[in-house]
Design a protein around this ligand. Structure first.
Ligand SMILES: [Zn+2]
Length: 205
């Protein structure tokens, strides 16, 4: 009896993890889509952003940006723009790195757009709609964020599933049905349909 139970437990965990990751990806995508109008504040790019610049720029790029433009941190969507060889105008700079992150409650995907004013823009882990340039979807996972969000969503999904099941069982019990399969019971101690204990005692004849 133990082995199949354990197997189903593992299977359940795997399903929950996959569901958690799927929900996380869907939420991150929604954050990218909902970005306009949901800006909650902005500030300067962080130290981590500047490290991203240093670690990601192609050969020929200066190792530190000359400047940054304010970034946006909205509903699970974050973007920073850093530039170099500029005259203070980010639109005229030769080297530009856009850093985009998405995910909620923790940022869990990131991507970069690298431009040097000469070559074609380089996308790293970033899908960008060419038509409007408005939609930027980062796809490179940030491991800590993916794990945190996925575990959170998996737990929420499990809790939700349990609640729904409890409600369903309660309704079935009140309706005089088997809690497990919904078969209408006639004072059976064991459900004739699925063999589950019904929690009723057979009335003595
Ligand atoms: Zn039953």
């Amino acid at each position: 009896m133990r082995r199949p139970k354990r197997g189903s437990f593992v299977v359940r965990i795997v399903w929950a993890a996959m569901l958690g990751m799927l929900i996380n990806a869907a939420v991150a995508l929604c954050c990218c889509l909902a970005k306009p109008g949901l800006t909650s504040g902005y500030g300067d790019p962080t130290v981590a952003d500047l490290r991203a610049w240093a670690g990601s720029v192609p050969a020929g790029f200066p190792s530190t940006p000359d400047g940054t433009t304010p970034n946006w941190y909205g509903f699970g969507y974050y973007t920073a723009q850093m530039f170099s060889n500029a005259t203070g105008n980010p639109n005229r700079s030769l080297y530009v790195l856009y850093l985009v992150r998405s995910g909620w409650p923790v940022l869990s995907f990131e991507g970069m757009l690298i431009q040097d004013g000469i070559h074609q823009p380089e996308h790293r882990g970033l899908i960008e709609s060419r038509a409007s340039r408005a939609l930027r979807i980062p796809v490179k996972p940030i491991l800590s964020g993916v794990i945190f969000n996925s575990v959170l969503y998996a737990c929420l999904a499990l809790v939700g599933r349990t609640l729904v099941r409890q409600l369903l069982r309660r309704r079935r019990t009140l309706a005089g049905q088997c809690r497990e399969c919904g078969h209408q019971l006639l004072n059976n101690e064991i459900c004739p349909e699925c063999g589950a204990m019904t929690g009723r005692l057979t009335k003595p004849a």
